[in-house]
Design a protein around this ligand. Structure first.
Ligand code: KG4
Ligand code: ZN
Length: 327
């Protein structure tokens, strides 16, 4: 079963063809990051206009790279939320137009659910085992999710203020490292040591996160002229965020006696977070390749396959839901 995935929830226009939810036949991404970097963040109106320009060529490339014709497709999976309304609308409208023209079924996918399903693309030979805990860390979310079956989610913890990716982006801005902040912080820390003690908000007795205190502490240090090495400051920030994310994930996985721990979302491409989680967890850990952690359409197609298998299809009345939740 070949599924065409379409993803336009934020600033990447992406299309991919995935077979049986596990084999990537193509994975095309047109990034707008350079356009938004000028403004220090994603400008929603600019993002939707760029999606309109990029979406058709990207779908054509994905279909051609996968050597797949419209007749070969079982159906299409498209992100319907959460995300920017205007951006989501471009992907959903194109999917509906193709569905109408080619008589293909569609399933609307939750972007966060898509991030989790990147773990089904780690290798065609590796299948995640339920029940599992997934830590989703992206630009908008830091969620600890218990997944008991396909499509069955319990939200155990979330961020109370900044998401992990948002914290990386704000810390990078404070340190003058540009936007988006995760990749340059990840890179810079390789020349530094976590020499500065930054506060951790443990929020004991809950599975929730809070990262605004770490960011504010960093800002005070920079404003007070107390940071002599950007690499050390970046490493200290990354250490503090990773420490909390890993400790809480390992603890929750132990409490719920799950069989596997999954990592997902853009921040899951962070080298320290990947290493530390694998090191600290007594339960087997699965982490997708970095390219499948940041926004892509292969994860949407993979999720779509399991939705189709469960009979979850949508009609042409399907709408985008910018504030869609996972559970
Ligand atoms: O999942 P994603 O691509 O988009 C959203 O759904 O939000 O995540 C983007 C976030 C950004 O905040 C970016 O700075 C962060 O992921 N990110 C990283 C790394 N690569 C991307 N954060 C830490 N380390 C990285 N290597
Ligand atoms: Zn994302």
């Amino acid at each position: 079963m070949k599924i065409l995935g379409i993803e336009t929830s934020c600033d990447e226009t992406a299309a991919a063809v995935v077979e049986d939810g596990i084999r990537i036949l193509s994975n095309q991404i047109a990034s707008q990051v350079e356009i938004h970097a000028r403004y220090g963040g994603v400008v929603p109106e600019v993002a939707s206009r760029q999606h309109i320009l990029a979406i058709i060529p990207i779908i054509k490339q994905a279909m051609s790279e996968a050597k797949t014709s419209w007749q070969d497709l079982y159906g299409m999976a498209v992100t319907v939320g959460p995300g920017l309304a205007g951006s989501l609308l471009v992907g959903a409208s194109v999917a509906k137009a193709i569905a109408l023209a080619r008589g293909l079924p569609i399933t609307g996918v939750n972007h966060l659910e898509g991030h989790i399903y990147a773990n089904w693309l780690v290798s065609p030979d590796i299948v995640p085992h339920f029940p599992l805990i997934c830590l989703i860390v992206s630009g908008g979310h830091s969620d600890l999710v218990l997944m008991r079956e396909h499509g069955d989610y319990v939200l155990l913890g979330r961020t109370r203020d900044d998401a992990a990716g948002e914290a990386f982006d704000k810390a990078a801005r404070i340190l003058g490292l540009g936007y988006p902040g995760g990749p340059p912080i990840d890179q810079t820390t390789r020349d530094g040591t976590a020499a500065i003690q930054l506060p951790r908000a443990w929020l004991k007795g809950t599975n929730d996160f809070s990262f605004s205190g770490i960011k504010t502490a960093l800002l005070r240090l920079v404003e007070g002229g107390k940071v002599s090495s950007v690499a050390d400051a970046a490493a200290s920030f990354q250490e503090a965020v990773t420490d909390v994310l890993v400790s809480k994930t390992v603890e929750v996985a132990r409490e719920h006696r799950v069989r596997q721990v999954l990592l997902a979302g853009g921040v899951a491409s962070n080298q320290l977070l990947r290493q530390r989680l694998v090191h600290s967890s007594a339960i087997p850990v699965l982490i997708p390749d970095p390219i499948l952690c940041t926004d892509n359409a292969a994860m949407i197609a993979a999720c779509g396959y399991f939705r189709f298998k469960a009979g979850k299809m949508d009609g042409l009345e399907m709408d985008v839901i910018p504030s869609l939740r996972l559970a």
